[in-house]
Structures are given as structure tokens and as C-alpha cells.
Ligand binder design. Structure first.
Ligand code: 5GP
Ligand code: ZN
Length: 139
């Protein structure tokens, strides 16, 4: 299903031009308009879903398989030194376009902005850690 107000739906459908590096029945993979690094790309499902909470589990699995293939391919072609695969959900987590997308970010030792994904740390007591562990234990 397509959301008429969603820019990534339009890009995924080919209605808005993009630098496409891969396309199949489920996905279009495009270069990010404001790349964090040379080759920064986005995997866009053609089906509209806003985020990880909405995406179909099977499609989410396909996203990861494609990310794996493209990471290998892009690393070979770009001769990058490492790779980030990341995906933001909701504004507080940095999401700015509310159509699920997976970032593929090649990383280069010589890049000047290598702190782009550094974060500061929070501290929890051992008791708090145990409570958090119990809270999110998944069975
Ligand atoms: P988010 O912050 O939601 O995880 O990532 C959105 C990404 O989409 C950003 O990196 C931004 O540069 C990129 N972006 C936003 N609008 C467009 C667009 O119209 N075309 C392309 N190719 N990338 C876009
Ligand atoms: Zn959409």
C-alpha cells in the first residue's frame, strides 16, 4: 500500500527520480540525498510502513538479507574500511522520514567526520541493570 503523502513511497515507486543502485519487487535502494559518507544508501521497502513497529516480520528479514549482500558488494566496489547498518524509529531516535528505511553507511579510515555515530554513556547500578534485564527478558 502506498501513502500518497509519503516521499519515500513516491521514490520507491519511481515517481520521483533517485540515484537507484538496486531494485527488485520488494525494494528500491537509493543514494541518500545528504550522505554521511561516500556511498551512503537507503533500503526502501516499496510497501509503505512507517517503522520497525509496523514492518512485516518476513519483509524485515528480507531487508537484513539485502543489507548483508549490499554491504559486501559496496565494500568491494568502494574499498571502504568498515560499514554501519542502522535504522531509526520515531523522532526521539532520529527518524526524520516516516517510511521505514535501513541506512547503509560505508566508513573510511581517512574520513574527517568519523565521530558521526559516537554516543555518550548512561550509568546504571548493578541492581538497576538486573531490573532492566528482568523487564525486557524475552521468552
Ligand atoms: P532518518 O533520519 O529518517 O533515519 O533518515 C532519513 C534520511 O533520508 C536522511 O539521511 C536524509 O538525508 C534522507 N533523505 C531525506 N529526503 C530524501 C530524499 O528526498 N531523497 C533521498 N535520496 N534521501 C532523502
Ligand atoms: Zn511511504
Amino acid at each position: 500500500m502506498k501513502d500518497e503523502n509519503c516521499i519515500f513511497c513516491k521514490i520507491a515507486a519511481g515517481e520521483i527520480p533517485s540515484n537507484t543502485i538496486y531494485e527488485d519487487g520488494d525494494f528500491r535502494v537509493i543514494l541518500d540525498l545528504n550522505p554521511a559518507a561516500k556511498g551512503h544508501a537507503l533500503i526502501l521497502p516499496k510497501e509503505h510502513c512507517a517503522d520497525i513497529y509496523e514492518i512485516d516480520e518476513e519483509l524485515a528479514g528480507k531487508v537484513m538479507k539485502l543489507a548483508k549482500k549490499l554491504a559486501v558488494h559496496m565494500t568491494e566496489k568502494l574499498s571502504c574500511d568498515g560499514f554501519n547498518i542502522l535504522q531509526n524509529n520515531h523522532e526521539v531516535a532520529g527518524q526524520t522520514v516516516f517510511h521505514f528505511h535501513m541506512h547503509l553507511i560505508p566508513r573510511y579510515k581517512e574520513a574527517k567526520n568519523n565521530d558521526i555515530l559516537m554516543w555518550s554513556h548512561e550509568t546504571f547500578t548493578p541492581e538497576e541493570m538486573a531490573a532492566i534485564r528482568d523487564q525486557i527478558q524475552y521468552r
